[in-house]
Design a binder for this molecule. Structure first.
Ligand code: ADP
Ligand code: MG
Length: 138
């Protein structure tokens, strides 16, 4: 059922030159790329994307960080995509992420944590269509 998830390689990981290594991990884990682009969010667009967190104390910092540089956005397909991708990226706080996870390997901190992964099938569809039209999904 949940065969689609949405990811972003965040500005910290793009700046550090980890796009290739992160995409390799995603490939090795069996995800198929349905859509992908490098882009840059305005602070306003980042605010819209993370609207669910607008009451959280880190919201301002998060929007500033997510609009601070380029990101790579992608829609990924695999059986059980949402849960399997959350396992692949590891805990939000890299200090708590399991060995071998993308965040353990590449994240700097709780805020600058290298990658985004959708938290539900429903949000994966919403987040994917935030970045990609139907014609850009293959
Ligand atoms: P996840 O990305 O693991 O789903 P959340 O949805 O809870 O985590 O938070 C969204 C993003 O907000 C995180 O990936 C991280 O970049 C940032 N964030 C979350 N908690 C904090 C925090 N306590 N301090 C700073 N940034 C945070
Ligand atoms: Mg989340």
């Amino acid at each position: 059922m949940s065969n689609i998830t949405f990811t972003m390689i965040k500005p910290d990981a793009v700046k550090a030159g980890h796009i290739g290594a992160i995409l390799a991990k995603i490939n090795e884990a069996g995800f198929r790329i349905k859509a992908m682009k490098m882009t840059k969010l305005s602070a306003e667009k980042a605010g819209q994307f993370y609207e669910v967190h607008k009451e959280r104390p880190f919201y301002g910092e998060l929007c500033e960080f997510m609009s601070s540089g380029h990101i790579v956005a992608a829609i990924l397909e695999k059986e059980n995509a949402v849960a399997d991708f959350r396992t692949l990226i590891g805990a939000t706080d890299p200090a708590k992420a399991d060995e071998g996870t993308i965040r353990k390997m590449f994240a700097k901190s709780m805020g600058e944590n290298a990658v985004h992964g959708s938290d539900s099938a429903e949000n994966a569809l919403i987040e994917g269509s935030f970045f990609f039209s139907a014609l850009e999904q293959f």
